[in-house]
Design a protein. Structure first.
Length: 196
């Protein structure tokens, strides 16, 4: 069962909203509906009926497309009221595009062009899109390259460079960084003249 559905601070209506949408997307079964909401809730019967109606065998193309159709949207709206559903479908059919090396942490050959900068965690290259790439093993750029446009070639990795930030009992925050960082290993760099 999703963690959010176990939180008893949610109202039954809000929980039912989540269950109805999950049911339509095929991510929720009748057992989840029964175990999440008390049986005396009058809308549970509607959610069970909606789950039974929408549980028809689906084709492979229907499984690939997880967006809510107009008919499904109208069923949910009838069950929950018009104020509960606003905006576009929950998921699009478009694959997620990662501007970096992707969700995997495997190595990829890479060439990055950007401005050489120094950061607390070491030397970085900041691309035109503002993405920082850390250079493995380089604490700071040589003074003749600092602030200039450079081309860096190497192996791109995603890795954790700093611990997560923490807050102590007095409310003070420690330095840290959430998530992983983009790192270039076995880096070779050269200065790039900007064309005018």
């Amino acid at each position: 069962m999703p963690v959010a559905l176990q939180d008893r601070r949610w109202s039954p209506t809000a929980t039912l909203s989540v269950l109805a949408v999950l049911s339509l997307l095929g991510a929720c079964n009748r057992q989840t509906i029964d175990s999440t909401l008390p049986s005396q809730t009058h809308k549970v019967a509607s959610a069970r009926a909606l789950h039974t109606q929408t549980k028809a065998p689906s084709s492979p193309t229907a499984k690939a497309s997880k967006s809510i159709s107009r008919a499904e949207h109208q069923k949910i709206e009838a069950l929950l009221g018009p104020q509960q559903l606003k905006g576009p479908p929950l998921q699009s059919n478009k694959p997620r595009s990662n501007s970096t090396i992707g969700a995997t942490k495997s190595a990829t050959a890479l060439r990055v062009i950007g401005i050489a900068r120094n950061a607390k965690l070491g030397a970085i290259v900041v691309t035109n899109s503002g993405e920082p790439w850390f250079i493995d093993g380089l604490d700071s750029w040589p003074s003749d390259l600092l602030g200039t446009r450079v081309e860096v070639r190497g192996v791109a990795m995603r890795t954790k460079l700093a611990p997560d930030p923490k807050t102590n009992v007095q409310g003070e925050h420690s330095a840290g960084q959430l998530g992983s960082s983009q790192l270039i290993r076995n880096a070779r760099w050269r200065s790039v003249q900007s064309r005018k």
